[in-house]
Design a protein around this ligand. Structure first.
Ligand code: GLP
Length: 242
C-alpha cells in the first residue's frame, strides 16, 4: 500500500487523474471502476479537463460503479447513476451502454446483483478502481460488519451513513433510502489497482485504521491491506491520525 499525503483535493484529483490517463493512454478500452460522493469529484474534473484539452479520449472505456441506492426511480437527482453520468461519463462521451451501475430499481435484486458480477467478469474485470472512504470505514456501501469476502448484494445502510449522505437529499435524512445494492469487499479486491481518496478531519480515524489498523470487518476498508496494489491519497487533515 502506498500512502501519498497531498496538499489538497485538487492535487489528489491530478494524481488520480494521471493514473487513469496513463492507463487509458496504453489501453483505450480499459475498464474503470467509479465511485460517487464528493471525494472522487476532483478526479472527474481533472479527467474532463484532459478530455476537453484533447489530451485524453475516454470514448473507448467501460465503467462500473460501486453502488446504488435501492428504490430510487431512474433519473432521481441523488441516484448514483445520475451522478456518475453528470459528473463524468456523459460529458466525457462514454457511450451509455458501457456505463454500468448496480440496478437498485430491479425487481429481483439478488438476481440483478449476480448479473452485475457477471457483467464485470465478461468485461475482463476492473483495471483501476477509484474509492472514497466512509467516516465509519466503509468502502462502496460495505458497512462495518460486512463479510471481507462479500460480493455484490443488498445492504442496509447505517444511520450514520444516511446522515452523512442526507446533504444529497436536501438535508432530509428520512429521504435517504435505507438499503443499497453494493459491490462486495471481495468484488473490490479483484480490481487490479485501487486508488482511494479521503480528505478532512472527519475521515482521519477511518484513514488511520485503513493504513495502520488490524484487518477487521469493524473497519471494512482495512481489507485493502490484503490487496497488492493500493494507492491511498490523503490530505493533511485525513492523515492527521497516522
Ligand atoms: C457514500 C458512498 C461511498 C463513498 C462515501 C464517502 O457512502 N457510497 O462510495 O466513498 O459515501 O463519501 P464522500 O466522498 O462524499 O465523503
Amino acid at each position: 500500500m502506498e500512502v501519498v499525503i497531498c496538499a489538497d483535493a485538487q492535487q489528489q484529483g491530478r494524481l488520480a487523474g494521471e493514473v487513469v490517463a496513463r492507463l487509458v493512454g496504453s489501453r483505450p478500452d480499459a475498464v474503470l471502476g467509479l465511485a460517487t460522493g464528493s471525494s472522487p469529484r476532483p478526479v472527474y474534473a481533472d479527467l474532463l479537463a484532459r478530455v476537453r484539452a484533447g489530451a485524453l479520449d475516454l470514448g473507448g472505456v467501460s465503467t462500473f460503479s460501486l453502488d446504488e441506492y435501492v428504490g430510487l426511480p431512474e433519473g432521481h437527482p441523488a441516484g448514483y447513476r445520475t451522478e456518475i453520468r453528470e459528473q463524468l461519463t456523459d460529458p466525457a462521451g462514454i457511450p451509455v451502454e458501457r456505463v454500468h451501475t448496480p440496478p437498485g430499481d430491479a425487481e429481483d435484486l439478488p438476481a440483478a446483483a449476480a448479473d452485475y458480477e457477471r457483467r464485470m467478469e465478461r468485461a475482463g474485470g476492473v483495471d483501476v478502481q477509484l474509492l472514497g472512504l466512509g467516516t465509519d470505514g466503509h468502502i462502496a456501501f460495505n458497512e462495518p460488519g460486512s463479510s471481507l469476502a462479500s460480493r455484490t448484494r443488498v445492504k442496509t445502510l447505517m444511520r450514520r451513513t444516511r446522515e452523512d449522505n442526507a446533504r444529497f437529499f436536501g438535508g432530509d435524512v428520512d429521504a435517504v433510502p435505507t438499503h443499497c445494492l453494493t459491490q462486495g469487499l471481495g468484488t473490490i479486491l479483484q480490481a487490479r489497482h485501487v486508488v482511494l481518496l479521503a480528505t478532512g478531519e472527519h475521515k482521519a480515524r477511518a484513514a488511520a485504521e485503513l493504513v495502520e489498523g488490524a484487518v477487521s470487518a469493524r473497519w471494512p476498508a482495512t481489507v485493502l491491506q490484503w490487496h497488492p496494489h493500493v494507492s491511498v491519497l490523503l490530505d493533511e487533515a485525513a492523515a492527521s491520525r497516522l
